[in-house]
Design a protein around this ligand. Structure first.
Ligand SMILES: NC(=O)c1ccc[n+]([C@@H]2O[C@H](COP(=O)([O-])OP(=O)(O)OC[C@H]3O[C@@H](n4cnc5c(N)ncnc54)[C@H](OP(=O)(O)O)[C@@H]3O)[C@@H](O)[C@H]2O)c1
Length: 323
Protein backbone atom coordinates (compact mmCIF):
# COMPACT_ATOMS: atom_id res chain seq x y z
CA UNK A 1 0.00 0.00 0.00
CA UNK A 2 1.45 3.33 -1.03
CA UNK A 3 1.13 6.37 1.18
CA UNK A 4 0.22 10.00 0.65
CA UNK A 5 0.38 13.17 2.73
CA UNK A 6 -2.40 15.11 4.38
CA UNK A 7 -0.60 18.31 5.22
CA UNK A 8 2.39 16.94 7.15
CA UNK A 9 0.66 13.69 8.13
CA UNK A 10 1.51 10.53 6.13
CA UNK A 11 -1.36 8.07 5.66
CA UNK A 12 -2.05 4.98 3.57
CA UNK A 13 -3.62 5.96 0.22
CA UNK A 14 -6.60 3.81 1.13
CA UNK A 15 -7.84 3.86 4.71
CA UNK A 16 -10.66 2.19 6.60
CA UNK A 17 -13.85 3.86 7.78
CA UNK A 18 -15.10 1.91 10.78
CA UNK A 19 -18.43 3.72 11.33
CA UNK A 20 -20.57 0.92 9.85
CA UNK A 21 -19.15 -1.55 12.38
CA UNK A 22 -21.35 0.14 15.01
CA UNK A 23 -23.90 2.46 13.46
CA UNK A 24 -26.07 3.84 10.64
CA UNK A 25 -26.10 0.90 8.23
CA UNK A 26 -27.89 -2.45 8.29
CA UNK A 27 -26.89 -4.41 11.38
CA UNK A 28 -27.04 -7.86 9.72
CA UNK A 29 -23.54 -9.29 9.69
CA UNK A 30 -22.36 -6.85 12.36
CA UNK A 31 -20.17 -8.77 14.72
CA UNK A 32 -17.39 -7.49 16.95
CA UNK A 33 -15.04 -10.40 16.29
CA UNK A 34 -15.26 -9.90 12.50
CA UNK A 35 -14.91 -6.13 12.92
CA UNK A 36 -11.73 -6.60 14.92
CA UNK A 37 -10.46 -9.14 12.36
CA UNK A 38 -11.13 -6.54 9.67
CA UNK A 39 -9.12 -3.87 11.50
CA UNK A 40 -6.24 -6.32 12.09
CA UNK A 41 -6.28 -7.40 8.43
CA UNK A 42 -6.22 -3.72 7.45
CA UNK A 43 -3.10 -3.09 9.51
CA UNK A 44 -1.45 -6.24 8.07
CA UNK A 45 -2.16 -4.98 4.52
CA UNK A 46 -0.83 -1.49 5.28
CA UNK A 47 -4.30 0.09 5.45
CA UNK A 48 -3.30 1.99 8.55
CA UNK A 49 -5.49 5.12 8.39
CA UNK A 50 -8.50 4.35 10.64
CA UNK A 51 -11.43 6.74 10.77
CA UNK A 52 -13.99 6.89 13.60
CA UNK A 53 -15.94 9.58 15.52
CA UNK A 54 -17.30 10.24 18.98
CA UNK A 55 -20.86 10.31 17.60
CA UNK A 56 -20.68 6.83 16.00
CA UNK A 57 -22.73 4.82 18.45
CA UNK A 58 -22.24 7.33 20.16
CA UNK A 59 -18.96 6.30 21.77
CA UNK A 60 -19.12 2.55 21.03
CA UNK A 61 -17.29 2.80 17.71
CA UNK A 62 -14.29 4.48 19.35
CA UNK A 63 -14.37 1.80 22.05
CA UNK A 64 -14.29 -0.90 19.38
CA UNK A 65 -11.31 0.72 17.69
CA UNK A 66 -9.55 1.00 21.05
CA UNK A 67 -9.96 -2.73 21.67
CA UNK A 68 -8.86 -3.58 18.13
CA UNK A 69 -5.64 -1.56 18.23
CA UNK A 70 -4.53 -2.62 21.70
CA UNK A 71 -0.84 -3.45 21.34
CA UNK A 72 -0.79 -1.99 17.80
CA UNK A 73 -1.23 1.72 18.52
CA UNK A 74 2.01 2.72 16.85
CA UNK A 75 1.06 0.87 13.64
CA UNK A 76 -1.98 3.03 12.87
CA UNK A 77 -2.93 6.61 12.12
CA UNK A 78 -5.97 7.29 14.29
CA UNK A 79 -8.54 9.83 13.16
CA UNK A 80 -11.61 10.75 15.18
CA UNK A 81 -14.09 13.64 15.32
CA UNK A 82 -15.85 15.83 17.89
CA UNK A 83 -18.66 18.32 17.76
CA UNK A 84 -21.85 16.32 17.14
CA UNK A 85 -22.13 15.30 20.79
CA UNK A 86 -22.55 18.16 23.27
CA UNK A 87 -21.12 17.79 26.76
CA UNK A 88 -22.09 21.33 27.70
CA UNK A 89 -25.85 20.78 27.58
CA UNK A 90 -26.24 22.84 24.42
CA UNK A 91 -28.40 21.21 21.73
CA UNK A 92 -27.04 20.89 18.17
CA UNK A 93 -23.45 20.95 16.92
CA UNK A 94 -21.11 22.05 19.69
CA UNK A 95 -17.58 23.14 18.82
CA UNK A 96 -17.15 25.41 21.83
CA UNK A 97 -13.71 25.18 23.46
CA UNK A 98 -15.34 23.81 26.64
CA UNK A 99 -17.00 20.99 24.70
CA UNK A 100 -13.81 20.13 22.83
CA UNK A 101 -11.77 19.91 26.04
CA UNK A 102 -14.24 17.38 27.47
CA UNK A 103 -14.70 15.45 24.23
CA UNK A 104 -11.00 14.87 23.62
CA UNK A 105 -10.43 13.22 26.96
CA UNK A 106 -13.32 10.81 26.35
CA UNK A 107 -12.03 9.92 22.90
CA UNK A 108 -8.50 9.33 24.20
CA UNK A 109 -9.84 7.08 26.95
CA UNK A 110 -12.05 5.01 24.65
CA UNK A 111 -9.33 4.71 22.01
CA UNK A 112 -6.87 3.63 24.69
CA UNK A 113 -4.22 6.10 23.59
CA UNK A 114 -2.45 9.25 24.75
CA UNK A 115 -2.70 11.01 21.37
CA UNK A 116 -5.06 11.36 18.41
CA UNK A 117 -3.22 11.63 15.11
CA UNK A 118 -5.95 13.57 13.32
CA UNK A 119 -8.76 15.29 15.25
CA UNK A 120 -11.59 16.67 13.13
CA UNK A 121 -14.41 19.04 13.80
CA UNK A 122 -17.30 16.84 12.53
CA UNK A 123 -19.53 19.69 11.31
CA UNK A 124 -18.96 23.42 11.33
CA UNK A 125 -20.79 24.94 14.31
CA UNK A 126 -22.55 28.11 13.08
CA UNK A 127 -22.77 29.45 16.66
CA UNK A 128 -19.06 29.18 17.45
CA UNK A 129 -16.56 31.16 15.36
CA UNK A 130 -14.15 28.75 13.69
CA UNK A 131 -11.24 30.78 15.12
CA UNK A 132 -12.35 29.87 18.67
CA UNK A 133 -12.67 26.20 17.78
CA UNK A 134 -9.27 26.05 16.09
CA UNK A 135 -7.73 28.04 18.94
CA UNK A 136 -8.89 25.32 21.33
CA UNK A 137 -7.55 22.63 18.98
CA UNK A 138 -4.15 24.30 18.79
CA UNK A 139 -3.99 24.16 22.61
CA UNK A 140 -4.62 20.39 22.37
CA UNK A 141 -1.75 20.15 19.87
CA UNK A 142 0.48 22.05 22.28
CA UNK A 143 -0.54 19.67 25.07
CA UNK A 144 0.35 16.67 22.84
CA UNK A 145 -3.18 15.20 22.98
CA UNK A 146 -3.67 15.84 19.25
CA UNK A 147 -1.02 15.76 16.52
CA UNK A 148 -2.91 17.18 13.50
CA UNK A 149 -6.27 18.88 13.07
CA UNK A 150 -8.99 18.57 10.45
CA UNK A 151 -12.43 19.85 9.45
CA UNK A 152 -15.31 17.93 7.93
CA UNK A 153 -17.72 19.27 5.29
CA UNK A 154 -16.30 22.78 5.71
CA UNK A 155 -16.73 25.41 3.00
CA UNK A 156 -13.70 27.04 1.36
CA UNK A 157 -14.02 30.31 3.31
CA UNK A 158 -14.16 28.45 6.65
CA UNK A 159 -11.13 26.37 5.69
CA UNK A 160 -9.14 29.55 5.01
CA UNK A 161 -10.12 31.12 8.35
CA UNK A 162 -9.25 27.94 10.24
CA UNK A 163 -5.90 27.48 8.47
CA UNK A 164 -4.92 31.05 9.37
CA UNK A 165 -5.15 30.13 13.08
CA UNK A 166 -3.44 26.71 12.96
CA UNK A 167 -2.38 24.54 9.97
CA UNK A 168 -5.21 22.23 8.93
CA UNK A 169 -3.89 18.84 7.78
CA UNK A 170 -7.06 17.48 6.17
CA UNK A 171 -10.63 18.21 5.21
CA UNK A 172 -13.01 15.25 5.18
CA UNK A 173 -15.92 15.62 2.77
CA UNK A 174 -18.15 13.32 0.80
CA UNK A 175 -16.38 12.74 -2.50
CA UNK A 176 -16.96 9.94 -4.96
CA UNK A 177 -18.00 9.20 -8.54
CA UNK A 178 -21.51 10.31 -7.64
CA UNK A 179 -20.63 13.16 -5.22
CA UNK A 180 -18.29 15.54 -7.02
CA UNK A 181 -19.17 18.61 -4.91
CA UNK A 182 -15.64 19.30 -3.51
CA UNK A 183 -14.27 19.83 -7.03
CA UNK A 184 -15.83 23.28 -7.44
CA UNK A 185 -14.30 25.24 -4.55
CA UNK A 186 -13.01 23.04 -1.75
CA UNK A 187 -10.43 21.01 -3.68
CA UNK A 188 -8.78 24.04 -5.35
CA UNK A 189 -8.58 25.73 -1.93
CA UNK A 190 -7.00 22.64 -0.38
CA UNK A 191 -4.44 22.48 -3.20
CA UNK A 192 -3.56 26.13 -2.71
CA UNK A 193 -3.12 25.75 1.06
CA UNK A 194 -1.37 22.34 1.02
CA UNK A 195 -4.21 20.57 2.86
CA UNK A 196 -5.23 16.96 2.15
CA UNK A 197 -8.70 15.67 1.24
CA UNK A 198 -10.18 12.59 2.89
CA UNK A 199 -13.15 11.45 0.79
CA UNK A 200 -15.82 9.91 3.02
CA UNK A 201 -18.46 7.52 1.67
CA UNK A 202 -16.18 6.93 -1.37
CA UNK A 203 -18.39 4.01 -2.43
CA UNK A 204 -21.55 6.14 -2.33
CA UNK A 205 -22.62 4.38 0.92
CA UNK A 206 -22.06 1.06 -0.87
CA UNK A 207 -24.20 1.94 -3.91
CA UNK A 208 -21.25 2.21 -6.31
CA UNK A 209 -20.16 -1.33 -5.38
CA UNK A 210 -23.16 -2.49 -7.41
CA UNK A 211 -24.85 -4.86 -4.94
CA UNK A 212 -27.79 -2.61 -4.02
CA UNK A 213 -30.54 -2.77 -6.67
CA UNK A 214 -33.45 -2.34 -4.24
CA UNK A 215 -33.90 -1.42 -0.59
CA UNK A 216 -35.23 -4.90 0.27
CA UNK A 217 -32.06 -6.06 2.00
CA UNK A 218 -31.72 -2.97 4.20
CA UNK A 219 -32.86 -2.84 7.86
CA UNK A 220 -35.82 -0.57 8.69
CA UNK A 221 -33.39 1.74 10.53
CA UNK A 222 -30.73 1.74 7.80
CA UNK A 223 -29.87 5.39 7.20
CA UNK A 224 -29.88 4.91 3.41
CA UNK A 225 -33.68 4.37 3.41
CA UNK A 226 -34.12 8.12 3.90
CA UNK A 227 -31.30 9.16 1.57
CA UNK A 228 -32.78 10.81 -1.55
CA UNK A 229 -30.36 8.99 -3.89
CA UNK A 230 -31.62 5.61 -2.70
CA UNK A 231 -35.32 6.34 -2.99
CA UNK A 232 -38.02 6.21 -5.67
CA UNK A 233 -37.14 7.13 -9.24
CA UNK A 234 -33.74 8.41 -8.14
CA UNK A 235 -32.67 4.89 -7.23
CA UNK A 236 -33.72 3.56 -10.63
CA UNK A 237 -31.96 6.39 -12.46
CA UNK A 238 -28.81 6.05 -10.35
CA UNK A 239 -28.51 2.38 -11.22
CA UNK A 240 -27.36 3.55 -14.68
CA UNK A 241 -24.27 5.01 -13.02
CA UNK A 242 -23.44 1.62 -11.55
CA UNK A 243 -23.80 0.02 -15.01
CA UNK A 244 -21.23 2.48 -16.39
CA UNK A 245 -18.82 1.79 -13.52
CA UNK A 246 -19.27 -1.95 -14.01
CA UNK A 247 -18.38 -1.63 -17.69
CA UNK A 248 -14.99 -0.16 -16.76
CA UNK A 249 -14.56 -2.72 -13.98
CA UNK A 250 -15.05 -5.58 -16.45
CA UNK A 251 -12.43 -4.08 -18.76
CA UNK A 252 -9.77 -3.92 -16.03
CA UNK A 253 -10.87 -7.18 -14.38
CA UNK A 254 -11.72 -5.43 -11.15
CA UNK A 255 -14.88 -4.90 -9.13
CA UNK A 256 -17.01 -1.72 -9.32
CA UNK A 257 -15.94 -0.83 -5.75
CA UNK A 258 -12.29 -1.05 -6.77
CA UNK A 259 -12.88 1.16 -9.81
CA UNK A 260 -14.68 3.76 -7.67
CA UNK A 261 -11.65 3.89 -5.35
CA UNK A 262 -9.03 3.75 -8.13
CA UNK A 263 -10.77 6.71 -9.80
CA UNK A 264 -10.47 8.77 -6.58
CA UNK A 265 -6.75 7.98 -6.49
CA UNK A 266 -6.40 9.39 -10.02
CA UNK A 267 -7.55 12.80 -8.73
CA UNK A 268 -4.05 13.58 -7.45
CA UNK A 269 -1.80 13.37 -4.42
CA UNK A 270 -3.06 14.20 -0.97
CA UNK A 271 -6.37 12.38 -1.49
CA UNK A 272 -6.91 9.46 0.89
CA UNK A 273 -10.35 7.78 0.74
CA UNK A 274 -11.67 5.83 3.72
CA UNK A 275 -14.06 3.15 2.37
CA UNK A 276 -16.17 1.65 5.12
CA UNK A 277 -16.62 -2.04 5.68
CA UNK A 278 -17.13 -4.37 8.60
CA UNK A 279 -15.93 -7.41 6.60
CA UNK A 280 -12.35 -8.53 6.10
CA UNK A 281 -12.98 -9.91 2.57
CA UNK A 282 -14.26 -6.50 1.44
CA UNK A 283 -11.37 -4.78 3.17
CA UNK A 284 -9.01 -6.91 1.07
CA UNK A 285 -10.98 -6.11 -2.08
CA UNK A 286 -11.00 -2.37 -1.36
CA UNK A 287 -7.33 -2.16 -0.44
CA UNK A 288 -6.37 -3.85 -3.73
CA UNK A 289 -7.73 -0.79 -5.56
CA UNK A 290 -4.34 0.82 -4.87
CA UNK A 291 -2.88 -1.45 -7.57
CA UNK A 292 -5.52 -0.85 -10.27
CA UNK A 293 -4.49 1.20 -13.28
CA UNK A 294 -7.15 2.99 -15.33
CA UNK A 295 -6.37 4.18 -18.85
CA UNK A 296 -6.82 7.88 -19.73
CA UNK A 297 -9.88 6.87 -21.79
CA UNK A 298 -11.46 5.04 -18.87
CA UNK A 299 -10.75 7.98 -16.53
CA UNK A 300 -12.47 10.33 -19.01
CA UNK A 301 -15.51 8.04 -19.18
CA UNK A 302 -15.69 7.97 -15.38
CA UNK A 303 -15.26 11.75 -15.19
CA UNK A 304 -18.24 12.09 -17.51
CA UNK A 305 -20.61 9.64 -15.82
CA UNK A 306 -24.29 10.53 -15.72
CA UNK A 307 -24.68 12.89 -12.70
CA UNK A 308 -26.46 11.39 -9.69
CA UNK A 309 -30.17 12.04 -9.16
CA UNK A 310 -31.20 13.40 -5.78
CA UNK A 311 -29.45 15.36 -3.03
CA UNK A 312 -26.63 13.47 -1.35
CA UNK A 313 -28.20 13.77 2.12
CA UNK A 314 -31.77 14.17 3.38
CA UNK A 315 -32.77 17.74 4.26
CA UNK A 316 -31.83 17.95 7.98
CA UNK A 317 -28.35 16.60 7.20
CA UNK A 318 -27.90 18.87 4.16
CA UNK A 319 -28.82 21.86 6.35
CA UNK A 320 -25.94 21.01 8.72
CA UNK A 321 -23.39 21.30 5.90
CA UNK A 322 -21.32 24.49 5.85
CA UNK A 323 -22.01 26.56 2.71
N1 LIG B 1 -17.28 13.10 8.03
C1 LIG B 1 -18.51 12.65 7.88
O1 LIG B 1 -19.49 13.38 8.06
C2 LIG B 1 -18.73 11.22 7.48
C3 LIG B 1 -19.99 10.79 7.00
C4 LIG B 1 -20.14 9.45 6.63
C5 LIG B 1 -19.06 8.58 6.74
N2 LIG B 1 -17.86 9.02 7.21
C6 LIG B 1 -16.67 8.14 7.32
O2 LIG B 1 -16.43 7.57 6.04
C7 LIG B 1 -16.36 6.15 6.15
C8 LIG B 1 -16.86 5.50 4.86
O3 LIG B 1 -18.14 5.98 4.50
P1 LIG B 1 -19.45 5.08 4.49
O4 LIG B 1 -19.23 3.86 5.33
O5 LIG B 1 -20.56 5.99 4.83
O6 LIG B 1 -19.67 4.73 2.97
P2 LIG B 1 -18.87 3.90 1.84
O7 LIG B 1 -17.48 3.65 2.26
O8 LIG B 1 -19.14 4.63 0.60
O9 LIG B 1 -19.70 2.54 1.79
C9 LIG B 1 -19.84 1.69 2.88
C10 LIG B 1 -20.88 0.64 2.54
O10 LIG B 1 -20.43 -0.12 1.43
C11 LIG B 1 -20.37 -1.50 1.74
N3 LIG B 1 -19.14 -2.00 1.10
C12 LIG B 1 -17.86 -1.68 1.42
N4 LIG B 1 -17.00 -2.29 0.58
C13 LIG B 1 -17.75 -2.99 -0.29
C14 LIG B 1 -17.43 -3.83 -1.38
N5 LIG B 1 -16.16 -4.03 -1.75
N6 LIG B 1 -18.45 -4.42 -2.07
C15 LIG B 1 -19.75 -4.20 -1.71
N7 LIG B 1 -20.10 -3.41 -0.67
C16 LIG B 1 -19.12 -2.81 0.03
C17 LIG B 1 -20.35 -1.58 3.25
O11 LIG B 1 -20.99 -2.74 3.71
P3 LIG B 1 -20.24 -3.80 4.69
O12 LIG B 1 -19.80 -3.04 5.90
O13 LIG B 1 -21.28 -4.81 4.97
O14 LIG B 1 -19.08 -4.31 3.89
C18 LIG B 1 -21.14 -0.35 3.66
O15 LIG B 1 -22.52 -0.62 3.68
C19 LIG B 1 -17.20 5.84 7.39
O16 LIG B 1 -16.88 4.59 7.94
C20 LIG B 1 -16.86 6.99 8.30
O17 LIG B 1 -15.63 6.72 8.98
C21 LIG B 1 -17.69 10.33 7.58
Amino acid sequence: MRSTSLGRLDVSRIGLGVMGMSAYYTGAGRDEAESIRTIHRAVDLGVTHLDTAEVYGPYVNEGLVGRAIKGRRDDVVLATKFGLVSHTGRPGPDSTPANIRTAVDGSLRRLGTDRIDLYYQHRVDPRTPIEETVGALSELVEAGKVLHIGLSEAAAATIRRAHAVHPVAAVQSEYSLWARDPEAEVLPTLRELGIGLVPYSPLGHGFLAGDIGTLDGLDATDWRRSNPRFTGDNLTRNLRIVDQVREVADEVEATPAQVALAWLLTRGDGIAPIPGTKRSDRLEENSAADGIRLTPGQITRLNNLTPASGERHAEPDMAAIDQ
